[in-house]
Ligand binder design. Structure first.
Ligand SMILES: Cc1cc2nc3c(=O)[nH]c(=O)nc-3n(C[C@H](O)[C@H](O)[C@H](O)COP(=O)(O)OP(=O)(O)OC[C@H]3O[C@@H](n4cnc5c(N)ncnc54)[C@H](O)[C@@H]3O)c2cc1C
Length: 333
């Protein structure tokens, strides 16, 4: 019989973020005895946060040196917690910190690892998409310990009562630290437009920058309409490759759009419940990134665009400038 470890890194305030609570929910669904193992500068608030879950052990490593993502400290801490738990299945939310270190931990323990899991089912078995979300596979393994990195947004987050638990502190031997994390640098996009928790994904395509019926292009108008909509709707912003490539070349197009916004085969595959594509042709390499969007709508002048061929639930054959102007008028604030 397997026993499970929920391994998680805490946030700067010592809490657990939603993806970690989703991983906890998935770990509990396995029905095996569960140990929790938390790592971070502070872990007590996170332990209180999940005290209501039916874990049998509460392992933890805390201290300043575990507050930041740094390979040498993260890998040592995760290895120590995994060994102390004796777990055969170790489930972690697939954030950048865990994605970076857990393959190394699996190697140190002589175990196996599956990344980008989208579900953990009976068997146990994991579901995982291949070839840029075109094929789904279910995998079971006999090798143990088996590390599973669960993608965010794929399982309901655990919720329950807060409380107090007795934390078992795990000792960890750190080698001399040579790396100091001085900060994080991200592409300057002017403002935060990627919102994984938003109810809607709004996608802008290159059509926003193309010549319109009057023979002119209107990028400033496009930028105003899109930003106004994002502010009012709190939607997340995605882009087609053509549009983000234009922005990346420094053209005065949509200054808030970066490659991080790109949806598709060579971009992201977000998981919003609804999506609205505007001025985007709906070609296969783009639409494959919509695999996990439940309800899809598009606005395009071309009744014969890619969306019309079974890729959207609803296609509005209309001018996106006019549609979004009207939508913005109707939205409150
Ligand atoms: C290996 C490979 C990988 C790729 N990966 C990706 C990827 O990850 N993501 C991605 O997006 N693409 C990717 N592509 C590119 C993809 O094939 C398309 O070229 C791209 O998605 C086209 O972007 P678009 O639809 O915004 O632009 P266009 O094809 O130029 O379409 C613009 C659309 O805007 C419409 N339009 C213009 N004005 C208006 C208006 N006023 N109102 C409404 N509609 C209007 C036009 O009718 C047109 O359909 C990849 C291609 C290859 C070969």
């Amino acid at each position: 019989m397997d026993n499970t470890l929920l391994l998680a890194f805490t946030e700067p305030d010592g809490s657990l973020a939603k993806p970690a609570l989703e991983a906890l929910g998935a770990a509990l669904d396995l029905g095996a005895p569960l140990t929790t193992g938390l790592i971070g500068a502070e872990i007590a608030p996170a332990m209180r946060q999940i005290a209501g879950c039916p874990a049998v052990r509460w392992l933890g490593i805390s201290g300043e040196e575990f507050g930041q993502s740094r390979y040498v400290t993260d890998v040592a801490a995760a290895e120590a917690v995994a060994r102390a738990s004796g777990a055969t299945i170790i489930i972690t939310a697939a954030n950048s910190r865990a994605n970076r270190v857990l393959p190394g931990v699996a190697l140190r323990l002589g175990g196996a690892i599956d990344t980008h899991a989208t579900a953990i089912g009976e068997g146990p078995a994991v579901s995982r998409w291949y070839y840029r979300q075109r094929m789904e596979a279910r995998l079971a393994r006999t090798g143990r310990p088996w590390f599973i990195l669960l993608e965010p947004g794929c399982h309901a987050a655990w919720s329950g009562d807060a409380g107090e638990v007795a934390i078992e502190r795990v000792a960890v031997d750190l080698p001399p630290l040579r790396t100091t994390v001085t900060g994080v640098r991200t592409p300057a996009s002017g403002e935060e437009t990627i919102r994984p928790d938003a109810a809607l994904l709004f996608v802008a395509g290159a059509g926003w920058t193309k010549k319109q019926a009057d023979g002119q292009s209107h990028p400033e108008q496009a930028a105003g309409l899109i930003l106004d909509f994002l502010h009012k709707s709190r939607a997340s912003l995605g882009g087609s490759k053509s549009l983000v490539d234009l922005s990346g070349e420094g053209q005065a197009v949509l200054p808030f759009m970066t490659h991080l916004n790109q949806i598709g085969q060579t971009g992201a595959s977000p998981r919003h419940p609804k999506g609205l594509a505007t001025c985007c042709h709906g070609e296969e390499p783009h639409v494959v990134g919509w695999r996990f969007i439940t309800e899809r709508r598009a606005v395009n002048l071309d009744a014969n665009c890619g969306w019309a061929r079974g890729k959207a639930d609803v296609l509005y054959v209309a001018d996106a400038f006019a549609v979004m102007r009207k939508v913005n008028e109707l939205l409150p604030f």
